[in-house]
Design a protein around this ligand. Structure first.
Ligand code: ZN
Length: 259
């Protein structure tokens, strides 16, 4: 896409709300590069806007329309694939233009923590970020504030590796466990990248392939199965509305400190 000019941007239907704003400004702008922060794709454009794409749960961007849930069609010049389609069955995705760097209308992106595989993500900084919140650690990770890119599956996997209970208040995670959790996040995400991500149902790579990290999952989706570490049954509960898998033996809540 880099270097190509958007000649058309059409919504396939009138899509309400803020998820598809600004597309009328796209025609005539050239795509300067394709970048990413967390799970947001960010494409700076020559006219001073950023094209922001979030795939949500079921979104995909493809040169061929592979299903009936096309939300946006882009016309691109010059190049071999004159059309690009954004498809999204469940409509959690986003495809919009904002003035370059102005992410106030995208609070998750605006307040996003460091990239987990970049040098600026360090264990001491992560520990300090956890000290700043009394929220339970799992929803705090999902907020993307202490570190970017950790979704529901990877939060469960990383918390299990670091032996941290998902309901532990962030500020109550010990320094030792915070350091272990920072390392677990890096290990899990790096391994998932190697396996091209986790396809449970819908996720496809840009080339249409499934990701095979599902075969490596230790706890996510394994409720009732033996914990790979201690052999006791993996528990499933709901934390902040998200299905959450953990080992109640390996991942203990810290005891409240006596007053
Ligand atoms: Zn266990």
């Amino acid at each position: 896409m880099t270097g190509r000019t958007i000649v058309r941007a059409e919504l396939s239907e009138a899509l309400p709300g803020p998820k598809y704003v600004g597309l009328e400004r796209a025609p005539g702008q050239r795509i300067l590069r394709v970048g990413r922060r967390g799970k947001f794709l960010i494409l700076p454009l020559s006219g001073g806007d950023d094209l922001i794409v979030h795939l949500g749960m079921t979104g995909s961007v493809s040169p061929t329309p592979s299903d009936k849930h096309v939300r946006v069609r882009l016309g691109l010049n010059p190049g071999p694939n004159p059309e690009l389609y954004f498809q999204d069955a469940r409509r959690f995705g986003r495809f919009l233009l904002v003035p370059s760097g102005r992410y106030e209308t995208l609070p998750t992106l605006h307040a996003m923590g460091p990239e987990p595989l970049a040098p600026e993500f360090s264990a001491p900084a992560f520990y300090r970020a956890l000290q700043a919140s009394a929220a339970p650690i799992k929803p705090y990770l999902l907020s993307q504030r202490p570190v970017s890119g950790v979704g529901n599956i990877y939060a469960d996997e990383a918390l299990w590796r670091a032996r941290v209970h998902p309901l532990t208040p962030a500020k109550a995670v010990s320094k030792q466990k915070a350091y272990a959790l920072a390392e677990a996040i890096r290990v899990v995400l790096a391994a998932s990248l190697e396996f091209r991500g986790t396809t449970l149902q819908d996720y496809r790579t840009v080339n249409g392939e499934v990701g095979s990290y599902a075969s490596q999952l230790q706890v996510y989706g394994h409720s009732g199965a033996p914990c790979p570490r201690c052999g006791r049954a993996i528990s499933k509960t709901v934390v902040a509305g998200r299905g959450t898998h953990f080992c109640s033996f390996c991942q203990r809540l810290p005891r409240a400190r006596p007053v």
